[in-house]
Design a protein around this ligand. Structure first.
Ligand SMILES: [Zn+2]
Length: 351
């Protein structure tokens, strides 16, 4: 009953402020769409499409309990690059319960954010193509891969079912060993791209770009793209996760060659590069957004200090990107207007 009264009030309010003849001809769905787009709704949901976006950096997920490791919060190694399956499940619960919904890294780079009204985008990435990212235990009757439910993808599939509106996805950055399961590698890549996941470039040998020659750097990037081209042509993302975060400097002599060059007679283009970062990134609609050098959050627990998950999400609680649910508009509070990249073709709504 209360809801009905609120709906009627909003309906009357719109009726008073919009031109009547146009509205009367519209079907009910479109009227509902208009109700969503009131200033009151933006305020109520704290919509801010110039807010920060977390790009989480994971490596290995180990089938262990947190109590099986000597480190804090499910870290398997001292620095938390390796995590337990229990910790990963806890992370996913935390993201979901705090209003985060996954988006593809490639969509973020392209400014296509379809996150529903009032929710915030989050991006998951995994580096190194570790076996425990998607551990295959065999093939079923149809020849399809059977995935260990406690490997990273096994857990992500569990959350796809548990929270259908979580929009589960992730981007996996691989080296020449792919997922280090020679008999299943090709099936794994094909399975991932047909099930809503993405594959990116982490170079052939996990090269350190700081001291590699230009020729070596081009081979490291170009050859990995050509391996992916051979297995999933046109279905991988042209994004490089910089090994070790190297060369650490956007002006380094190797940077232009990571983005475009020719290897073995074939030209490649890289549209974004990821660092080994420590904090959230800017909205793709801000003036300062630079997809060529994106920061990531190391997904680890360090009791709320040194830019671990807790510290970063405390910062995000007041500065995160909150969507209006419409990918064609950029909705921002007045106080944030100066951050906007004005060259956008999207409709801008400032409230
Ligand atoms: Zn790596």
């Amino acid at each position: 009953m209360k809801r009905l009264i609120i709906f009627l009030l909003i309906f009357l309010l719109i009726g008073c402020t919009k031109e009547q003849p146009i509205k009367e001809e519209k079907p009910l769905e479109e009227v509902k769409e208009e109700v969503k787009l009131t200033i009151e709704d933006y305020k109520e949901n704290n919509v801010d499409e110039l807010g920060l976006v977390p790009i989480m950096m994971y490596h290995g997920i180990h089938d262990k309990k947190n109590s099986d490791t000597p480190y804090t919060g499910g870290n398997v190694d001292k620095d938390g690059y390796q995590r337990t399956s229990e910790a990963f499940r806890n992370d996913l619960e935390f993201y979901y319960n705090n209003g985060y919904r996954m988006i593809r890294l490639t969509d973020y780079v392209d400014g296509k954010i379809t996150t529903e009204l009032g929710k915030s985008p989050i991006i998951l990435t995994f580096d190194d193509g570790l076996l425990n990212n998607i551990k295959v235990t065999g093939l079923d009757d149809k020849g399809d891969i059977i995935i260990d439910p406690n490997s990273a993808v096994g857990i992500l599939e569990e959350y796809k079912k548990k929270y259908p509106d979580f929009n589960v996805t992730a981007t996996f950055f691989v080296n020449a060993g792919l997922f280090n399961q020679p008999e299943y590698n090709e099936k794994i890549l094909k399975w991932l791209v047909s099930n809503g996941y993405d594959i990116g470039n982490h170079t052939i040998s996990h090269v350190n770009f700081s001291n590699a020659t230009i020729e070596k750097s081009e081979e490291e990037v170009g050859k990995l793209y050509s391996i992916l081209d051979g297995i999933i042509p046109g279905k991988y993302v042209n994004i490089v996760a910089l090994p070790f975060g190297s060369p650490y400097n956007l002006n380094h002599y190797n940077m232009p060659h990571i983005f475009t060059s020719t290897y073995n007679g074939k030209t490649y283009e890289t549209k974004a590069a990821l660092r080994v970062g420590w904090e959230s990134e800017d909205s793709p609609f801000t003036d300062g957004f630079n997809p060529k050098f994106l920061k990531r959050i190391r997904a680890y627990d360090n009791e709320g200090v040194e830019f671990d998950i807790k510290m970063n999400f405390d910062i995000l609680s007041t500065r995160k990107y909150v969507s209006d649910g419409n990918p064609n508009t950029i909705v921002i509070p007045q106080s944030r207007e100066s951050l906007l990249n004005k060259s956008t073709e999207k409709e801008i709504i400032i409230y």
